[in-house]
Design a protein around this ligand. Structure first.
Ligand code: SAH
Ligand code: SF4
Ligand code: F3S
Length: 442
């Protein structure tokens, strides 16, 4: 089967894309291709792209220019684009700028071997058709850049929430869930191979829905099934939409010690006016009620979020509503962004991107500063506690230290002992920054 062609895959964007690149690697190695981590050794470069904000696309374009320069020296080098930019930018990047030989959208990866064969005959190859049922359920991903301890499992694809700012429904298409049995099988296989943490991925995992015979499996049930693979396997998930995070799910997490006590619940804004324009389908009050439910049902659960600064028509009062909600929740962590208008979204079609860049910048800076303060306070609360840490590897700063995570998803750094990667170890926390806990093995 070997064809001696080496593939170099570079991934941008979210965890879902990381997981997709592993599916691509699996499909291609099944067809005789080989993976390489060295672009200089590659016959084929595949860039798995993200469209979520304009700067994400700009980074990819710059990188493609670099690959084009390599192709000048090695004309046989094939350059392909995968992922969320595929449909939107194929004409510009392929025909006008002559940057690409191949374009494949997120649901076309099974066709990559044929598409590459087509490129081999000197033609360009494009397939960006979105599917209503592709979940790659039967494909065992090849774990790229793996630490051998934690891995992603895609449990659904697409999104139909149509948040007005968001490009994902147009780049990834209709929402569909993956066969529950195949998810449990993948988790079991990972456990047997020594993995100790899986993150179940979907744009809105709370709407997971799979039917077998007369039984419907919702997300809470799926989580419990995966939790039963082994008490030594930790399970995380992303992302939850605040409008559908149920008490049933929270009780399931509370009941199973290996379901991690950390919930990522993107709020986007603290202002009802913004939430309405964003088409998020919940109010500030609804969101606060869900936070109270988390605090009540899962005491000590970490909560993180995503925030967008400077969305259309955002006033200073709206912005202050975001800051006050952040304080009220006391987030453990947050991903914070400036609004970036995306083509083919409701906001681009119906709203004016009317907040000047300097104001967006200033509001984002205020949000980031506040979050640093909140993260530090949350991390300082851990000082004196003894936490169960899953060791992931050597610390980047020092080879004498390990780093790992607590159930609450906090990174802890501590001196190496006999335990190693993939093992659980009790660490007493003695110090904290806004990003890291420091401690000693007990
Ligand atoms: N499905 C997930 C997240 C998808 S994208 C969810 O609904 O939470 C990750 C984050 O990127 C979003 O939560 C949002 O905060 C941010 N984002 C999405 N579109 C954006 C845009 N046009 N400009 C700025 N940030 C955006
Ligand atoms: Fe985008 Fe909203 Fe879907 Fe998340 S839920 S991917 S923000 S449309
Ligand atoms: Fe992910 Fe970016 Fe696509 S965030 S779903 S890779 S647009």
């Amino acid at each position: 089967m070997k064809n001696n062609k080496k593939i170099y895959i570079e991934t941008y964007g979210c965890q879902m894309n990381v997981s997709d690149s592993e599916i691509v690697a699996s499909i291609l190695t099944e067809h005789g291709f080989e993976n390489t981590h060295e672009v200089t050794l590659a016959d084929i470069v595949l860039v798995n792209t993200c469209s979520i904000r304009e700067n994400a696309e700009e980074r990819v374009r710059k990188r493609l220019q670099y690959f084009k320069s390599l192709r000048k020296k090695r004309p046989e080098l094939i350059i392909g684009l995968l992922g969320c930019m595929a449909d939107r930018t194929k004409t510009a990047l392929m025909e006008e700028e002559q940057l690409l030989d191949l374009v494949a959208g997120p649901d076309s990866y099974r066709h990559l071997p044929q598409l590459l064969a087509q490129v081999g005959t000197g033609q360009k190859a494009i397939d960006t058709i979105l599917s209503t049922d592709e979940t790659y359920a039967d494909i065992t991903p090849v774990r790229l850049d793996s630490n051998g301890v934690s891995a992603f499992i895609s449990i659904m694809r697409g999104c139909e929430n149509y948040c007005s700012y968001c490009v994902v429904p147009s780049t990834r298409g209709q929402e569909r869930s993956r066969d529950a049995a195949s998810i449990v099988r993948e988790a079991t296989d990972l456990f047997v191979k020594g993995y100790r943490e899986v993150t179940l991925l979907g744009q809105n995992v709370n709407s997971y829905d799979w039917k077998t015979g007369n039984t419907a499996i919702n997300f809470a049930r799926l989580l419990e099934m995966v939790a039963q693979v082994s008490p030594l396997m930790r399970i995380r998930f992303a992302t939850s939409h605040p409008k559908d995070i149920s008490d049933e799910l929270l009780y399931t997490i509370a009941r199973n010690s290996n379901l991690c006590k950390a919930i990522h619940l993107p709020v986007q804004s603290g202002s009802n006016h913004m939430l309405d324009l964003m088409n998020r389908k919940y109010t500030r009050e609804d969101y606060m009620e869900r936070i109270q439910a988390i605090r009540r049902i899962i005491p000590g659960c970490a909560i993180s979020t995503d925030i967008i600064a400077g969305f259309c028509n955002e006033t200073e009062d709206d912005h202050r509503d975001t800051l006050s909600l952040m304080e009220w929740v006391g987030y453990d962590a947050a991903f914070m962004f400036k609004y970036s208008e995306r083509p083919q979204t409701l906001a681009a079609d119906t709203l004016d991107d009317n907040i000047p860049a300097e104001i967006k910048d200033r509001r984002l800076t205020e949000i980031i500063h506040l979050q640093q303060k909140l993260s530090l306070a949350k991390n300082q609360d851990e000082i004196g506690k003894s936490l169960e840490i899953l060791v992931e590897g050597s610390s980047k700063r020092s080879n004498n230290q390990y780093f790992g995570r607590s159930s609450q998803n906090k990174v802890a750094v501590f001196n190496k002992t006999a335990a190693g990667e993939g093992e659980y170890i009790q660490v007493k926390i003695s110090g904290a920054t806004s990003a890291t806990l420091l401690g000693e093995v007990v």
